[in-house]
Design a protein around this ligand. Sequence first.
Ligand code: BGC
Length: 430
Amino acid sequence: MKFEKGFLLGAATAAHQVEGNNTHNDCWAQEQMKYTSYAEPSLDAVDHYHRYEEDIRLLKEAGLNAYRFSLEWARIEPEEGVFDEKEIEHYRDVILCCKKYGVEPVVTLFHFSSPVWLIRKGGWEADSTPDDFAAYVRVVAEKLGPELGLVCTINEANMGLQIAAIAQRYRQQMMAAAARLKAGGADNQVQMGINFKTMMENQKRIAEENKEVFGTENPAVFCSARSAESDAIVMKAHEKARAVLRKLCPQVRLGLTLSLHDVQAADGCEKQAEQVWNSEFSHYVPYIKDDDFLGVQCYSRNIIGENGPLPVPEGAAVTQMGYENYPESLEHVIRRVHAEFGGDIIVTENGIATADDAERVKYLGTAIAGVQSCIRDGIPVKGYFCWSLLDNFEWQKGFAMTFGLIAVDRSTQKRFPKPSLAFLGSYAPD
Ligand code: BGC
């Protein structure tokens, strides 16, 4: 069934994952390090920086009417206080290109990658970061303001808390393994494949290398374990950006986006599940109640047991990312968010990493049926964006994860639309 007129149906990307050569940001710096945890460097990525017009045209030809992409802060402000006009004009061109093709641009101001200078100042643990972010947003608003319509301030503002929870569980496993080693046991009891000794040795080298590159042993990049203080800093950055945009371009409709799992409780673990949901979503509600929409980003579910998320249920299908292929999660999350937030919702990301495009078609069909059922029940879902328009650079996991509606041969940068692109387009409003 097609969506009704006015519904935004599109696909999403993020600058560092598709543009190529984002040499001034922290991810690029980390990719180049000797003791990097990145599987491979992003390099030219899929050269979207030069090929955006072709990509937007393919999106339009498939029937989609909206494109979500991000501006790269480190391109626009490669050094603190130094703004690059040429890069600002580049993004104006991308926005105008969308408009030329009748595609609604949805602009994300920050999608995970930060300028290296920001991290050298303390990054996402520094009190000065909200003002630095607001200064960048002010320049964007002054220069591109009249072109902007829908804006996401910060992508997955809750990512750091999720990473902190995973890191804590991981640390507990490591400590248990260390205790066993000390007692003369083996180091093969940690669930994931880790060479415990090498990792410990590398930690020291990583710290030294971090000191060289970022001036600190523990760089507070956006996607690192976050303290409660840092969580508040991210919210402050969002609020300051909102104030700037409200003042300089009042026509803009804005929100942040959150990474949300369909949090389900294992028998008897309702309390634990409630805590996880509160950390992932509920405690943000006061910060977003004055926004124009919330960007919901959901891929799968987490079943919460006594001590946190349980492994994927036995026999369940998993995606390339290792988590469960569970497209029903989106509908569940939208309903739950609506009960607490009440405002407009845009699904700013949803999709699946798979080499089998027929599997993607199935996943999208189920997820979209869920969205449409929410809309029938009166929930104000205003848009749906598939992650991702293109196969791209999946951060530390590199190019092996294929989320795209369009495949790319990176040796020629040639684009190959997959059947899922046309399938998604078939839901577009007339
Ligand atoms: C992020 C994207 C990422 C996607 C798939 C989201 O967490 O916003 O940058 O590629 O999920 O993992």
